[in-house]
Design a protein around this ligand. Structure first.
Ligand SMILES: [Zn+2]
Length: 257
């Protein structure tokens, strides 16, 4: 009699509920499958980029595009080692020409960085690597899927059954979009800081730049909080926690550079 119970429990857990993340081990709310998360994110990404293109907001600055790609290529190589299923992701990065202080990485490795954050914060390569490393860490740690699950839970009236059945991706693409605007939890932020700084160190980027990046971000908050901070709420001790990680990251960085 115990087997049917286990089967039912596993089925329920696979559809709705909490799962331990394979990288961090933390329990996460899961209302969509990994496949649904990635497919709907890819759809949302295509839409975002085609709208940016229409408005002439895809950066044509070849030097900046090459600079960003060179940095993210090194991070992606390390991401594939940190979380091997990401070898199958269709990784992609875009530079969006808007004055916004923002950057993101959707589930499945679809990334963007805005010219505003690079220019206004005068980011160095090491600092760009820290922000993109943080974003990639969110993706590797399943935080986008967690945010999508929260977006679905918020849409009480949505047909959760048809979402879970996975038949209608057109319902999920807006959810993937909404998910991108939801704040990550503080627990997610601490995880992304911890794994992001290591990812960047392994790719040969200076861990001390993580501290400088967040100091710059804090300083920029004077004129109203940057968009980035509305989706990445600071764990109160972020800069201290990153500072405390630097000594153990330095040998990894020295070896990799
Ligand atoms: Zn974050």
């Amino acid at each position: 009699m115990k087997y049917p119970l286990i089967a039912t429990a596993l089925l329920a857990a696979s559809l709705v509920g909490c799962q331990a993340n394979p990288v961090s081990g933390r329990q996460q709310l899961v209302l969509v499958s990994e496949e649904q998360t990635q497919a709907s994110s890819a759809q949302a990404y295509t839409q975002t980029l085609s709208e940016a293109q229409k408005q002439g907001k895809l950066s044509t600055d070849a030097a900046l595009n090459n600079r960003v790609s060179r940095i993210t290529d090194r991070l992606i190589a390390e991401a594939k080692l940190m979380y091997p299923p990401s070898r199958d992701w269709q990784w992609s990065v875009a530079v969006i020409d808007e004055p916004t202080l923002n950057a993101w990485c959707m589930p499945g490795g679809k990334m963007a960085i805005y010219t505003g954050i690079v220019q206004k914060l005068k980011l160095t390569d090491d600092e760009i690597a820290q922000i993109m490393g943080h974003e990639i860490a969110h993706a590797l740690l399943g935080h986008g899927r967690e945010r999508m699950s929260r977006a679905i839970a918020m849409q009480g009236g949505m047909q959760i059954g048809s979402i879970l059945a996975g038949r209608d991706l057109s319902i999920l693409a807006p959810v993937a979009d909404i998910a991108l605007t939801l704040p990550h939890s503080r627990a997610s932020e601490s995880e992304a800081d911890r794994y992001g700084i290591e990812l960047a160190a392994r790719a040969g980027f200076d861990p001390r730049a993580a501290v400088r990046l967040w100091e710059k971000m804090d300083a920029a908050s004077g004129n109203g909080p940057p968009q980035f901070l509305s989706t990445h709420p600071a764990p109160g001790n972020r800069i201290q926690a990153l500072n405390a990680l630097v000594p153990q990251m330095m040998p990894i960085y020295e070896k990799a550079r």
